[in-house]
Write a protein that binds this ligand. Structure first.
Ligand code: RIB
Ligand code: CA
Length: 323
């Protein structure tokens, strides 16, 4: 199988780190670059953590660029209560000696979109954070955005939320960005998949998996095992979701996730519902004539069910070096 060209946009983040390890190590993926955005942690921490993960994976050649420090409108609010004070499980790993590129994320995204399309292999863009960088990319370089092969984003939910009673963290922190990206995908005909909270929590690994990884004594095993250990302890549980890594894994195992192509809008103004992804599950056209809103122009492949065990197993075999 020809490796799938991928670009990740991250707010590393424990589960972003799990996703980066999968993208960097699996032979079925060709990681072309990584862009960083403020989210789980402040931007500087996200960049540092991202470089640390790529060093541990032996992928120091992968370009990294920093993007937006904060959302388009909202103030920055991090999730260090979940991810640790350094944003990545407080493992105390040595910081990379590398630096991010001295150009902004949107320019790296533009180059990678153009080069992928130019070589006949359009890249799959995988946003795993608030989509501020992606919205700016779509607005500044619409032609390059239109050359993307596909967008698979972690965000939203049809039936599940986390940041508020209505919204998921990535979308809640930059609802306008999510709306802009969905509009741009519709405008340019870029297929888009939503890997939302309906499936996000299903691929889980155990404390024992984490200890076995640490026992490998490898840089990847130490990092991956430390991430799992922290996540399990944080929630006083024997298991932890690999979160964002599941979105990357579905590129390799589309057969284990059920998606449905549905209209999706983002609520921007609701007092209690701002940031909600409104997934239109109606299956009866009879009322459409009386719907003043009509169908959302943004049609998305929404992940509704997943074989979590198969996804977790793929991730574990990859970070254990068993592929
Ligand atoms: O809601 C989960 C998402 O928010 C994940 O991407 C996690 O890393 C955080 O960014
Ligand atoms: Ca994330």
């Amino acid at each position: 199988m020809t490796p799938i060209p991928v670009v990740l946009d991250v707010d590393t983040g424990i589960d972003d780190a799990c996703a980066l390890l999968l993208a960097a190590l699996h032979p079925g993926l060709d990681l072309r670059g990584v862009t960083c955005v403020g989210g789980n942690a402040p931007l500087a921490d996200v960049v540092r953590n991202t470089l640390t993960v790529l060093d541990a994976a032996g992928r120091a050649e992968v370009p990294v660029a920093a993007g937006a420090r904060r959302p388009l409108l909202e103030e920055s609010v991090d999730a260090r209560h979940v991810h640790g004070s350094d944003g990545m499980a407080d493992l105390g790993l040595a910081a990379s000696t590398r630096s991010p590129q001295d150009r902004p994320a949107v320019e790296l995204l533009r180059e990678l979109a153009d080069s992928g399309a130019g070589s006949g292999s359009p890249v799959t863009l995988v946003p795993l954070a608030p989509m501020t960088n992606i919205a700016l990319f779509a607005r500044l370089h619409p032609d390059a955005f239109g050359r993307l092969g596909r967008v698979v984003f972690m965000g939203g939910g049809a039936h599940v939320s986390n940041a508020t009673a209505a919204a998921e963290f990535n979308v809640f922190h930059d609802p306008e960005a999510t709306a802009i990206v969905l509009d741009a995908c519709a405008e340019h005909g870029v297929p888009v998949t939503m890997y939302g909270l309906d499936v996000f929590y299903d691929p889980v690994v155990t404390v024992a998996d984490g200890q076995a990884l640490r026992d490998l004594g490898t840089p990847v095993g130490t990092l991956a095992g430390g991430l799992i250990d922290f996540a399990c302890r944080r929630f006083d549980s024997d298991t932890a979701t690999i979160g964002d890594a599941g979105a990357v894994a579905t590129l390799l195992r589309p057969d284990v996730v059920r998606t449905q192509r549905l209209p999706v809008r983002v609520e921007l103004s609701g007092t209690w519902t701002r940031g909600r992804t409104i997934v239109d599950l109606r299956d009866w056209a009879g009322d459409m004539a009386h719907d003043p809103h009509g169908l959302a122009p943004g049609v998305v492949d929404v992940a509704l069910e997943i074989d979590g065990a198969a996804i977790a197993d793929l991730w574990l075999r990859t970070v254990r070096g068993e592929l």
